[in-house]
Write a protein that binds this ligand. Sequence first.
Ligand SMILES: Nc1ncnc2c1ncn2[C@@H]1O[C@H](COP(=O)(O)OP(=O)(O)OP(=O)(O)O)[C@@H](O)[C@H]1O
Length: 320
Amino acid sequence: MIVTESLSKRFPRVTALDRLSVDIGPGVTGLVGANGAGKSTLIKILLGLSPATEGRAAVLGLDVATEGAAIRERVGYMPEHDCLPPDVSATEFVVHMARMSGLPPTAARERTADTLRHVGLYEERYRPIGGYSTGMKQRVKLAQALVHDPRLVFLDEPTNGLDPVGRDEMLGLIRRIHTDFGISVLVTSHLLGELERTCDHVVVVDGGKLLRSSSTTDFTQSTTTLAVEVTDSDTHPDGTRALREALHARGVDTHDDGGGLPGAGHILLLTAQGEETYDLVRDTVAGLGLGLVRMEQRRHHISEVFTRDEQRKEAVGHGG
Ligand SMILES: Nc1ncnc2c1ncn2[C@@H]1O[C@H](COP(=O)(O)OP(=O)(O)OP(=O)(O)O)[C@@H](O)[C@H]1O
């Protein structure tokens, strides 16, 4: 679906993409990277909207440098930022976008009704977009990307600004774009955790470079972080500390969750090596006489993956 070869994009002060080579097949693919990693830049190059400084890329077999218009006919695009006119209704806007894509008037109206229903906008679709919630606006942006029945869609941070329920609904919709309509999806996010659940394949970029490209199953297996929370007890007034020391004595390193979430200081994070780690933690907690509040696989923030990859690279470097 998408192939890039040593693709680079340099701005005067920053290299947004640095010799990126990646091959993305059909299905739902997540493009993950911290803010500024180069995700939006890659999408713009793939749509033929911005020229690469070096290297080559093809989308659906079409060259991004010379066949941008043909690519945009076949690919839908949901941009990251708010780009909707406030004074028109979702129906008017999406019909307009369908007409812009070359659909005749009747087909444009029919496709608009179908697509808005598919993304979950019903009677609201006749009201001006200016009064919509963020979630409804994201749905309109998604609908305009799908209305011309593309083979592939690029969704740039579609869950931005949504609350947890809105995120889950959006992720469900994205999955169904592929399962119900056979449309392939490239979706960006700075949160690996949410893409793990939605994508078949994940591509991680950092500083414009490819950090990893692998199937989601490979990815999650190699990045299993456990979050453990325990109670205090009379014997151990600081239960977390007691557990940290006991685990350390058994050769398991932990670190505190610095995520800034309420109560985050009381959560210990550690890397699970398999079932044995779960057993070891459970037995250690029981041995200390503490209560186990939770032990769960943690959603990963992308920075953890970067850290782990850097550590692995260093380890490989030292070994060789
Ligand atoms: N037109 C531009 N001129 C100069 N620098 C740019 C331009 N567009 C992007 N950049 C820079 O290139 C880098 C990559 O930006 P890009 O928008 O692709 O990142 P991103 O991964 O999509 O992050 P975000 O989600 O925050 O948009 C950033 O350092 C950004 O400041």
